[in-house]
Write a protein of this length. Structure first.
Length: 287
């Protein structure tokens, strides 16, 4: 039983990271209908910026996280304004090509600035908590708690603020939102900013538990797309539940089946669930 609970905790940790990344991705898709393949690169850039702020500038972990969130949010807004916005009337394939272009550009920029060698980021929470035989790294506990706080804060923001209401209105009915005078440009920039913040925070939370490298966003973004398809394209609850399902499946499957197949498990689970429920677990819409 202790071993099982250990894997459940590991699954919660992975699911929290995947859920945060998928949440930003599904917000952009649900509101702007853009499959932002560059989202994984924003995640990677967020990790490198946090590492730079801590390692080279000497600031603490929290300042690094906040600085990374702000910078990545600005980069995400620039991507929307300079790349995606001019393509809003172009065929859908153009958005996908542009997103891949941004991905390649950001990876090349990181290679040029920090090189290609993986680095390890320090954490102010290096300890391990033993709870009844379940060993929980303090950093992992932070990830789970931070993810819960961020999801709660985002939900309150969307439901209780005027800006959040405009974002939901755009997601539910774009034409109706235009007719009542909602500023689509403002909503688009806000959505990209939120997605960038979520990616940067998720990267900064998870970076001390893995290596920071220019390709670290590849597997994360693939799983994030699996999650939003699994949960329902554009669904916020679907992104959270889907993230937890994939995280649990990886942790439990990796331990009880084989760690070599943990990445395959996510895609196998996707096929199984979509064969039963093709529209995903939740209906589309940011609610």
């Amino acid at each position: 039983m202790t071993i099982f609970l250990q894997q459940v905790f590991n699954g919660l940790t992975l699911g929290s990271v995947y859920g945060l990344v998928a949440l930003g991705l599904t917000l952009v898709y649900g509101i702007l209908h853009i499959p932002n393949f560059a989202h994984g690169a924003l995640y990677m850039v967020g990790a490198f910026i946090s590492f730079y702020v801590m390692q080279d500038l000497g600031f603490n972990y929290w300042v690094a996280m906040a600085g990374s969130a702000v910078i990545v949010a600005v980069i995400a807004i620039l991507c929307e304004r300079l790349v995606f916005h001019p393509l809003r009337h172009a065929p859908p394939i153009h958005d996908k090509i542009a997103a891949i272009g941004i991905l390649l550009f950001l990876e090349a920029a990181v290679h040029a600035i920090w090189g290609s060698q993986p680095v390890r980021m320090q954490t102010p929470f290096p300890g391990v908590v033993n709870l009844g035989g379940v060993f929980m790294r303090e950093q992992a506990i932070l990830i789970i708690v931070a993810a819960a706080v961020l999801v709660t804060a985002l939900t309150i923001f969307l439901r209780k603020t005027m800006v959040g209401a405009t974002i939901i209105a755009m997601a539910q009915n774009r034409e109706g939102a235009f007719l009542v005078g909602i500023d689509a440009n403002r909503v688009a920039m806000m959505t990209f900013a939120i997605s960038g913040i979520l990616a940067a925070v998720a990267a900064t939370l998870f970076a001390p538990m893995t290596l920071v490298s220019p390709v670290m966003g590849h597997i994360v973004i693939m799983k994030a797309f699996v999650i939003i398809i699994l949960g329902g394209m554009g669904s916020i609850p679907g992104a959270i539940v889907g993230g937890m399902i994939i995280g649990m499946a990886e942790a439990l499957g990796g331990f009880y089946v084989s760690d070599s197949y943990k990445d395959v498990i996510a895609f196998t689970l996707l096929v199984i669930i979509l064969s039963v429920r093709p529209q995903g677990l939740f209906a589309k819409g940011a609610h």
